[in-house]
Design a protein around this ligand. Structure first.
Ligand SMILES: [Zn+2]
Length: 159
């Protein structure tokens, strides 16, 4: 799960067209497969994965849960990341973050490798090891600088 805690400062969202919907569930499915092939090919696909956009949460970008009966992994991504105003790499790293949880056995049927999903920076370490290191700082910077303003200006689109 990606949880946001920082308060939001000033940001210029003047970018026109920020509210256009440019990503849908099909994009997520395709993007997940691409990420898997390029960065997670060593991870066994132990159970089915269902990925889709979820709700426009204020303090969470994504989550992964394991269906108790279906034994499928459900990855949900914040609906606001469908918008053109959300950089594509935010969706990329959000998906990669949830796939790291999958690989670690959280929200999947794989053997659980740690006691807690965010224990001691294990997610970021794994993201770096899997080739996402260049996205981590820009991701934080966008979340710290832009997210809450972006949220406030667009959440009504999903009411
Ligand atoms: Zn997480």
């Amino acid at each position: 799960m990606v949880v946001l805690t920082a308060a939001a400062p000033r940001v210029d969202l003047a970018a026109r067209g920020a509210a256009r919907l440019v990503r849908d569930d099909a994009w997520l499915v395709q993007h997940l497969e691409t990420l898997w092939a390029r960065h997670f090919a060593d991870v066994r696909r132990a159970n089915p994965i269902d990925v889709a956009f979820g709700r426009p949460w204020k303090t969470r970008l994504g989550l992964i849960t394991l269906g108790e009966e279906t034994r499928a992994s459900y990855i949900r991504v914040n609906a606001l990341l469908r918008l053109a105003g959300a950089p594509e790499f935010i969706g990329t790293l959000t998906l990669a973050h949830e796939l790291v949880h999958y690989a670690h056995g959280f929200g999947s049927t794989l053997r659980r490798r740690y006691r807690h999903p965010h224990q001691g920076g294990i997610v970021d370490r794994e993201l770096v090891a899997r080739g996402f290191g260049n996205l981590i700082e820009p991701y934080r910077a966008w979340l710290d600088g832009c997210w809450f303003v972006f949220y406030d200006e667009h959440v009504r689109l999903f009411a």
